[in-house]
Ligand binder design. Structure first.
Ligand SMILES: NC(=O)c1ccc[n+]([C@@H]2O[C@H](COP(=O)([O-])OP(=O)(O)OC[C@H]3O[C@@H](n4cnc5c(N)ncnc54)[C@H](O)[C@@H]3O)[C@@H](O)[C@H]2O)c1
Length: 370
């Protein structure tokens, strides 16, 4: 879209995550929430009021057909992401979809093909890519300060057994399948630190089943699942996802190793993200990442940083929304466009096959070939 002077947004799943994400829209003078959609009537009405929307819909496709929306946020349960994204793309409505992009390789292929046929923008809302720390590490990589990055680790440790019971789709799509079912928060930032690279093959193993749901059924997802990713460049990435083990949350653990530097995110409250860079550090001493933020912080964080502080997920929700809206306005590619979304989503889906076949190494398809 060119010469866009106003952007009308529709929000699916507005009563919950869709609504909390859409709230960040208010920082943009050219964009507004025009319509909300949710199957929960009370939540829908509350979201309409809170977001200042003009219209509210129960039915998603009715919103697409009747409402004057240019773009949608899809914040509904995981199995709805692809069908709702395709329905919008077919109507040339831009899409910001929650993570992961899809729940099967086949439906991901359909999504990519629908996007190719459409002239609308698609972005996946992988907000961890947009945190201040992760964006700063990316700038350090782009400035060459890590040399060649060749190893990384990401962990998402988020015990959600109670949440499984109130949002029952999680019991099917996150803890009801073995392997990495929610891996994009860990893999997303890592891929953004390895520009031009992608996961070529994965092998996945689990730690066994030590917890049962309130009905006494063991979760199909093993407590800790680890996916090893062999990169096209020859590098290696390790992703651990654990949504079941009793322990404090730690959803943003990262490490990056390059030929000239390494990074370790803070693991516990009160700790600091730390970095060692051959060209900047004194000997083997760590530096605080914070000390480099001012110099390397990307432009959007500089512009919206203060407002971002009040938004969700450490400000990353707001930076993600700004990137999406600016991409539509400028006709540019968002940071997490379709192929990046697939690069972040497909390894987890293949890992589910790998773990069911004795952790066999399996190739990850490249959406650029679809
Ligand atoms: N990026 C993040 O940090 C982050 C955080 C939380 C959730 N999520 C993702 O957001 C999505 C939603 O998660 P949640 O925790 O809000 O789930 P939830 O179950 O709490 O909320 C889903 C909402 O969607 C509505 N809904 C269900 N079917 C619908 C339909 N057909 N049309 C319109 N609305 C419908 C429900 O009524 C509910 O209000 C999931 O995909 C999840 O993975 C991402």
């Amino acid at each position: 879209m060119s010469a866009l002077d106003s952007l009308n947004l529709g929000v699916a799943g507005a009563a919950r995550r869709g609504g909390s994400l859409a709230r960040a829209m208010e920082v943009l003078d050219f964009a507004r929430v025009h319509a909300v959609c949710d199957t929960n009537p009370d939540g829908r009405d509350a979201a309409k009021t809170e977001l200042g929307a003009s219209e509210a819909y129960r039915d998603y496709e009715e919103m697409l057909d009747k409402s004057d929306v240019d773009a949608v946020i899809i914040g509904t349960p995981m199995p709805l992401h692809v069908p709702q994204a395709i329905a919008a793309l077919e109507r040339r409505i831009h899409v910001l979809s929650e993570v992961p992009a899809g729940v099967s390789i086949d439906e991901c292929r359909e999504l990519v093909q629908a996007w190719r046929r459409s002239r609308a923008t698609y972005s996946m809302g992988e907000n961890y890519v947009y945190t201040r720390s992760n964006q700063t590490v990316k700038q350090l990589v782009l400035a060459g300060l890590f040399g060649a990055p060749y190893y990384a680790e990401g962990e998402y440790l988020h015990e959600l057994k109670d949440l499984n019971e109130t949002t029952r789709w999680r019991r099917t799509w996150q803890t009801g399948i073995d392997g990495i079912t929610y891996g994009t928060h860990s893999l997303g930032p890592i891929l953004s630190w390895m520009p031009g690279d992608r996961v070529a093959s994965v092998a996945c193993a689990g730690s066994g089943h030590h917890y049962a749901d309130p009905r006494g059924d063991l979760y199909e997802n093993e407590d800790s699942c680890v996916m090893l990713c062999k990169m096209r460049s020859g590098g290696l990435v390790k992703v651990r996802v654990d949504m079941l083990s009793d322990r404090p949350h730690a959803t943003g653990n990262f490490q990056l190793q390059g030929t000239d530097g390494c990074y370790e995110s803070a693991r516990a409250h009160g700790e600091k993200d730390r970095v060692w860079l051959r060209s900047r550090s004194k000997g083997a001493a760590w530096m605080d990442l914070d000390d480099l933020v001012e110099e390397f912080m990307p432009e959007t964080w500089r512009k919206y940083g203060e407002k971002a502080a009040a938004a969700g997920h450490g400000g990353s929700d707001l930076i993600e929304i700004v990137d999406f809206a600016n991409a539509i306005r400028d006709g540019s590619e968002p940071e997490v466009g379709m192929h990046e979304a697939m690069d972040m989503t497909l390894p987890g889906l293949v890992s589910q096959q790998s773990i069911s076949e004795e952790s066999r190494w399996m190739d990850v398809p490249d959406s650029r070939d679809w």
